[in-house]
Design a protein. Sequence first.
Length: 220
Amino acid sequence: MRLGAAEFRFTTSADGDFAPPPSFDDDGLAQRRRIIADFPWTWLRQVHGVDAVVVTEPGAHKGAAVDAAVAVVPNAPVAVVTADCAPIVLVDDDGGSVAVVHAGWRGLTSGVMAAAVNAMRANGAGVIRAALGPCIHAECYEFVGDDLDVVVERFGPDVRGVTKAGTAALDLPAAVRVALGELGVELAFDADACTSCTPGYWSHRARGDKERQATVAWLA
């Protein structure tokens, strides 16, 4: 898929497992990456935090303990892996940068989206557009108690949802849309696929899957 000057992919289970092994180096994983983008990837040790790295050469910062990466040079794929959290691609309309963000509810409420957008703007980005990948949706995401109150307080009542069973839920895509809107970023593409109930995706919450799909983007 393409958005502006950036190429991006949201993988499915048919593309194989992109979860980094304990050694963070595996021939099979390397091959799966090459099939999608045959350049050195910047992958992350995701920690549900709010930090971002800026990639100035292909493969730089690989293994960084952050949840967002911004590439400012061509052919430098940046990637996150998910199995329910929201993966977001951010693209500078001027073609100067592209970012990926791993956003669970903790990262969103703490400001990981702002960290990525601010890093892009610090590197000259003007208008930024976003693509939202497959993530868990409210109908499958029971979410109650103080944690839900925290997210509602931060993003407003529209993020409060209901599961198919009628219990309280978090609408993670709605929270992403609010976070993007606050930063003046247009959501240009939404995969609109729930990782829990749509065939072809790994889901940690629904099935305890250890596998992960990848979201990868690079300036072409």
